[in-house]
Design a protein around this ligand. Structure first.
Ligand code: AR6
Length: 179
């Protein structure tokens, strides 16, 4: 665990749909109407009311975020963010958009008065973002946000579904802890 003022960043390995936090962050697509990967798992576990609420939102541009209730999930809310599709963009533009996903998700969490947020590894699955680069952006952007919002006392969990993702986040957090 890494402390940033009164806030923390930590890793956790497993299925994000089992986490009892104020919000889990979904790696959605711009339709917000569900899909495969973590998005499919979240919709399956939350139940059909989640899709109903998402439908009313009318989509979400890449890099932005929207919040819904968590319905049958142990998490109270779901923050849906749309990561960049890596091969379709320049690496610079992809990096900007991925950082926006983290910043906008944390902004939404703060606006709603939430104190614990678990992120999935946005864009690192079907959307093809190289894991090491995506992890560096996730940790650096979150850390910068926590430093800029010292009053928020946020617990941030990086949910890692597999060993490779966990290893990448562990390395990045170790780096963040000593720098
Ligand atoms: N809990 C936590 N992480 C998970 C879970 C889970 N249950 N299942 C998969 N992951 P991806 P993307 C990890 O492909 O790259 C969808 O179809 C997975 O191992 O879910 O942003 C959407 O609708 C990987 O580390 O998201 C979009 O169309 C991470 O979640 C598109 O995929 C992200 O992989 C979004 O692609």
């Amino acid at each position: 665990m890494v402390r940033v003022g009164d806030s923390t960043m930590e890793t956790w390995r497993g299925d994000i749909t089992t986490l009892e936090v104020d919000a889990i962050v979904n790696a959605a697509n711009s339709s917000l109407l569900g899909g495969g990967g973590v998005d499919g798992a979240i919709h399956a576990a939350a139940g059909p009311e989640l899709l109903e609420e998402c439908r009313a939102l009318g989509g979400c541009p890449t890099g932005e975020a929207r919040i819904t209730a968590g319905y049958q999930l142990p998490a109270a809310h779901v923050i849906h963010t749309v990561g960049p599709i890596y091969p379709r963009l320049s690496p610079e533009r992809a990096a900007e958009l991925l950082a926006s996903c983290y910043t906008n998700s944390l902004d939404l969490a703060a606006e709603q008065g939430l104190a614990s947020v678990a992120f999935s590894a946005i864009s690192t699955g079907v959307y093809g973002y190289p894991l090491g680069e995506a992890t560096a952006i996730a940790v650096a952007t979150t850390r910068a946000w926590l430093e800029a919002h010292p009053e928020q006392r946020m617990r941030v969990v990086f949910c890692c579904f597999d060993a490779r993702t966990l290893a990448a986040y562990e390395a990045e957090l170790a780096h963040a802890a000593i720098n």
